[in-house]
Ligand binder design. Structure first.
Ligand code: ZN
Length: 396
């Protein structure tokens, strides 16, 4: 499903922003919205009516009168309109429901065996979303039988840890996802639920979630997701930049300096993913004779100050910094933020930062913010929810 986002300059006072002001309590009336947006009362009224007719806003009783007729108050429906969100990882998935302002209503983490294939994995996760909607009293809980819970669910956003062709929702040549190549995730999901389903790459969703949660005032941002795999999402002029096919920001197979250059799942050697991803660190440590089963084990070794693991983390940080320096010189973002499980790995972060300063033009780094993604484990489902909310609002 293609989502056309409005350019930044027409977003001020756009339906999405009006909805957000009401959801966050910044506005309770049309007059508030008019004041905040600078739009005329008639334009605000028109947009509010459209949002009400779509069930995205409701009018609740009356506000305080200042003489004359008491103004009607606006609110985001509490009758349970929610969006479902799935953030699929290599071994776990975060599944949740969020309200129309993008706040998490319910969320849980489930173990996932990605090698079970797309039908089994996505089928189970979609069922989990349905359970969350049905089981939540605020979202029409217990009302599945009469259909009101289904009414409460407005759409589902799904993040996939691999390249997703944006126009079709098809997964293309993912690493470490046997059986998923070419899978039409959007069509599969659309055949199982009765609401819009939007599929995107997990790094894009992290970028969107992080940008909306913090720094939504900044127009140009790059978000690195460093976990089992490694990727990035780009915000340009306030919008998620996907490029022509949806592969923008996919830095995983950019070549870095490494001797010897480790082989990559793509068939080349010396790719960023083969040097700096969590999976690469596990492989490299095992190659050095260290018994480590997964990324959690690697992070534990680094936290314990293990010499080999720390050296590999520094090397990974330099490799990420090398690629990021090219991106920063080329794109000139205001903020670069790193998220994913490796973001808490101090030696990696320190050498990434040092390489970035060393390799970038002073003009590009003068005011550049370099930081961790602060939004925590729900950042992916938050981004997924915003993707759906934007779609629902655009349809309104
Ligand atoms: Zn590669």
């Amino acid at each position: 499903m293609t989502i056309d986002e409005a350019p930044r300059d027409v977003l001020r006072g756009g339906p999405r922003e009006l909805l957000r002001w009401v959801a966050t309590g910044a506005a309770v009336s049309r007059a508030d919205l008019s004041r905040l947006s600078g739009l005329s009362p008639s334009t605000v009224s028109q947009r509010v009516e459209a949002l009400i007719s779509q069930g995205l806003l409701e009018e609740t009783g009356a506000g305080r009168s200042r003489g004359g007729r008491r103004p009607r108050q606006l609110a985001v429906p509490t009758g349970g309109a929610v969006v479902g969100a799935i953030d699929l990882g290599a071994h776990h998935a975060r599944v949740g429901t969020l309200d129309l302002s993008g706040r998490v209503v319910q969320a849980r983490t489930l173990p996932v065996r990605i090698e079970d294939g797309p039908e089994a994995v996505l089928g189970a996760l979609l069922a989990e979303v349905t359970t969350l909607v049905g089981g939540d009293p605020a979202a029409g809980g217990g009302a599945v039988a009469d259909g009101s819970a289904a009414d409460a669910l407005r759409g589902i956003g799904i993040g996939i840890p691999g390249p997703v062709q944006h126009s079709t929702g098809r997964i293309v040549s993912p690493s470490r996802m046997p059986g998923w190549n070419g899978f039409d995730a959007a069509a599969f999901c659309a055949g199982r639920v009765d609401v819009p389903v939007i599929v995107d790459n997990d790094a894009n969703l992290m970028a969107l979630g992080a940008h909306r949660t913090a720094h939504s005032e900044l127009d140009h941002a790059v978000y690195i997701k460093a976990g089992t795999g490694i990727g990035s999402g780009v915000i340009s002029s306030g919008r998620l930049h996907r490029g022509a096919q949806g592969s923008a920001g996919d830095i995983s197979h950019c070549r870095v300096v490494a001797d010897p250059a480790p082989p990559c799942t793509c068939g080349n050697a010396g790719c960023l993913e083969a040097v700096a991803s969590g999976a690469a660190l596990v492989t490299a440590l095992r190659g050095q004779g260290v018994q480590v089963s997964d990324l959690t084990g690697v992070i534990r070794l680094i936290d314990d100050g293990d010499r080999q693991a720390t050296a590999l983390a520094r090397q990974a940080g330099r490799a990420v910094g090398e690629i990021l320096a090219v991106v920063v010189n080329f794109f000139n973002p205001q903020v670069v933020a790193i998220g994913g499980r490796l973001a808490d790995c101090e030696p990696l972060l320190a050498s990434m930062r040092a390489t970035l300063y060393e390799r970038c033009l002073p003009l590009a780094t003068q005011t550049l913010l370099i930081e961790r993604v602060a939004a925590g484990q729900d950042v992916g489902i938050t981004g997924a929810a915003h993707l759906v909310i934007d779609h629902v609002v655009a349809a309104a």
